[in-house]
Design a protein around this ligand. Structure first.
Ligand SMILES: Cc1cc2nc3c(=O)[nH]c(=O)nc-3n(C[C@H](O)[C@H](O)[C@H](O)COP(=O)(O)OP(=O)(O)OC[C@H]3O[C@@H](n4cnc5c(N)ncnc54)[C@H](O)[C@@H]3O)c2cc1C
Length: 261
């Protein structure tokens, strides 16, 4: 339960104020959620200090960390795949509070955005004690440090697709996976999020996708047996999630080949 709010007038002050027992709060939908692992006595509100613009310059898209998921859904600048991922937060009330930075930083196994942004090769600008630094999203997810200021996708025309599998829009999620095709490098990018693994870039899937033919779902599922092993939970067994990964990666890759978007 939050007992203290520590007001700050700059993000630098917010960074200084972080210590054991305090945490940042933006939309508050993860920090304040029932059963949240992030329950803290003292919080540092940063929502009014974070950038909130979504800016498109040519092919480059910059999403301010303070944008809400609803801002992202409504943006005509963002590609459909990123907008749809934000929309998987099924309640509009939640979407108008939850921020993009908070979603990335929460590093949840069922993040709406992390797999999709990883498949786009997003770069985060993160404020650290030594100043603002640019960090690949997959690096941040492994070693979270500092305050996320914005996420940048260098080419929003990159074809991409994603799947989020759950029994109902509000139900626990078995898998989020995303695939993108980097047109400049002519390389596939793939990522997935699932229980106990968080969001991971799937280099072994990318290698399979580089073959001339899109691999069969069964081949991806077989390879997942040795490479990707999420914990079983109420959303499904390990084997079911590996099966889903094979089917969903293949579907995403076919969608990209078929539509080029
Ligand atoms: C009913 C319900 C269902 C939910 N389902 C899902 C789900 O399926 N998938 C999912 O991903 N989330 C889910 N959430 C959690 C949450 O709504 C989202 O993850 C949301 O995007 C978090 O953003 P926020 O701004 O509310 O974060 P906050 O609660 O404000 O913060 C979350 C964490 O991120 C840190 N943080 C916030 N902003 C920054 C920043 N700019 N830089 C660094 N650290 C920061 C905070 O210190 C805190 O540790 C659910 C929440 C509820 C209540």
């Amino acid at each position: 339960m939050i007992r203290e709010i520590i007001p700050v007038s700059s993000l630098e002050d917010a960074l200084d104020a972080i210590h054991d027992g305090t945490c940042l709060i933006a939309g508050g939908t993860e920090v304040n959620r029932l059963g949240s692992p992030r329950e803290n006595d003292a919080v540092i509100p940063i929502d009014r200090l974070l950038p909130r613009e979504i800016i498109r310059e040519g092919r480059r898209l910059t999403i301010g960390a303070g944008c809400t998921l609803q801002d992202l859904c409504d943006s005509t600048e963002a590609p459909v795949v990123i907008r749809s991922a934000a929309k998987r937060a099924a309640s509009r009330t939640l979407r108008t509070m939850a921020t993009v930075g908070g979603n990335i930083a929460s590093r949840r196994d069922d993040s709406y955005l992390n797999a999709v942004l990883t498949s786009y090769g997003a770069i985060l600008t993160v404020l650290k004690t030594e100043g603002a630094r640019r960090v690949e999203i997959e690096e941040y997810l492994l070693h979270p440090q500092g305050i996320i200021l914005e996420a940048t996708v260098s080419d929003v025309t990159m074809p991409a697709a994603f799947r989020r599998i759950s029994r109902s829009s509000q139900g626990p999620c078995a898998l989020v996976c995303a695939v993108g095709y980097d047109l400049a490098a002519q390389r596939w990018r793939a990522a997935a999020s699932a229980t106990s693994l968080g969001t991971q870039r799937l280099f072994w899937v990318e290698a399979l996708l580089q073959e001339p033919q899109i691999p069969e779902a069964e081949a991806i599922t077989r390879a997942a047996g040795g490479e990707w092993s999420p914990a079983p939970d109420v959303a499904g067994s390990r084997e079911y999630k590996q099966y889903l990964l094979g089917v969903c990666i293949r579907e995403c890759a076919e969608e990209i080949r078929r539509t080029g978007s």
